[in-house]
Design a protein around this ligand. Structure first.
Ligand code: G6P
Length: 366
């Protein structure tokens, strides 16, 4: 076991440190002349061109990756996209026909709810694009096309490297769909930055682990955490909170920062810290004013923001800085920091992050 962990104390940490390589594998051969290159999608090009409804279906961490894709497709492909967790999607009476495209995201390709959702779509004549890590999985076999993550097996129950990989692959799929529907110039810039991500991740992981551990030491004894974000920051808030609750058993919730005033802010006091997701995008000023509202309730605030962001630095208790990227790529560049934060808190609390209580790696029953 020790040898399998490659010198790391846990698989989770090992897998986080594999993220630069995982990103390289996710992108390998998939960018050509600055454009998305996905020969495996050729069969569904006519369906993408005629699509009237686009749905994304997934569970857990994969659902959070799907939320990022939804926004990306709305921003760059001119599509309105519906998304739902598979356990809801499978029981909804929504119109599905040959003009419907469903993108099903599942690391394992075996999640029962996701598979049932996909089966319903197939029966009604819709087209299913699967995004999975497991070659030959049920999802891969039952879908019209499959785009693989190529991330290698993930042992840690809480998804880490496969989330990062899903985001990279979903950006490529998003760019591919945008080319077919409504190409926008900014996509080239995003693809260009995406190619540089493995190098950025190498830098992050070699320098940040120790400071995230120090931060975790300040916060590991709290009983609650509230993650807040807007826009592309909201899926990051959801995933950050999910990671924390899965392995540390600290109660963590995530809210759209603008919703705080409609209820959640009632919970906040000095015993209830806030983790604010603050990418330097068009919504940053709004998030900052939401942070001020939480400070007024004496909540401690940790922020993850862009390098050199003094404005955020001045109003929070602690901050983590990430490199500046285009708006959609913030969820990707912020991922390892949130994963490491949850990891160190779990270990400081004496938990085994590889085997969280009550959870399974793949949920093959309803
Ligand atoms: C389980 C795992 C999660 C995962 C979810 C969806 O709950 O513990 O980490 O995100 O299933 O799994 P999938 O394989 O469909 O991505």
């Amino acid at each position: 076991k020790a040898a399998e962990k490659g010198g790391f104390p846990h698989f989770m940490l090992k897998e986080i440190f594999e993220e630069p390589e995982v990103l390289r594998n996710a992108l390998a051969g998939r960018i050509k002349n600055g454009r998305a290159n996905l020969p495996e999608m050729e069969n569904v090009v006519p369906a993408i061109k005629r699509a009237r409804n686009v749905h994304i279906v997934a569970c857990g961490t994969s659902f959070h990756a799907g939320l990022v894709l939804k926004r990306f497709l709305e921003d760059y492909a001119g599509l309105t996209v519906e998304i739902d967790v598979a356990s809801e999607f499978r029981y909804r009476n929504i119109h599905i026909d040959e003009n419907t495209i469903v993108i099903a995201v599942s690391q394992s390709g075996e999640t029962a709810d996701t598979l049932e959702g996909v089966r319903r779509v197939k029966v009604k004549g819709g087209t299913v694009i699967a995004v999975t890590n497991v070659v030959g999985s049920t999802l891969a076999r039952e879908s019209d096309v499959v785009v693989y993550l190529n991330a290698g097996p993930e042992i840690g129950v809480a998804a880490t490297k496969t989330y990062v990989s899903q985001l990279a692959v979903l950006f490529i799929i998003g760019a591919y769909i945008s080319h077919l529907r409504n190409e926008k110039d900014e996509i080239r810039q995003i693809i260009n930055e995406l190619e540089g991500m493995p190098t950025i991740f190498e830098g992050t992981l070699s320098t940040m682990n120790e400071s995230i551990l120090q931060l975790a030491k300040e916060y590991y004894q709290y009983r609650h955490f509230m993650y807040i974000g807007r826009g592309y920051g909201y899926p990051t808030a959801l995933e950050g909170a999910l990671k924390l609750k899965e392995i540390s058993y600290i109660h963590a919730s995530a809210y759209q920062a603008g919703e705080l005033k409609h209820g959640p802010i009632a919970l906040l006091d000095r015993e209830f810290p806030v983790f604010a997701i603050v990418p330097d995008d068009a919504l940053k000023a709004k998030v900052l004013s939401n942070i001020m509202e939480t400070r007024a309730r004496d909540a401690k605030v940790v922020a993850i923001c862009t390098e050199g962001d003094q404005e955020t630095g001045r109003i929070v208790n602690s901050r983590i800085e990430v490199p500046r990227v285009s708006d959609p790529l913030y969820p990707l560049v912020m991922s390892p920091y949130l994963q490491l934060f949850a990891y160190h808190i779990a270990v400081l609390r004496g938990n085994d992050p590889d085997k969280p209580r009550n959870l399974a790696k793949s949920v093959t029953v309803e």
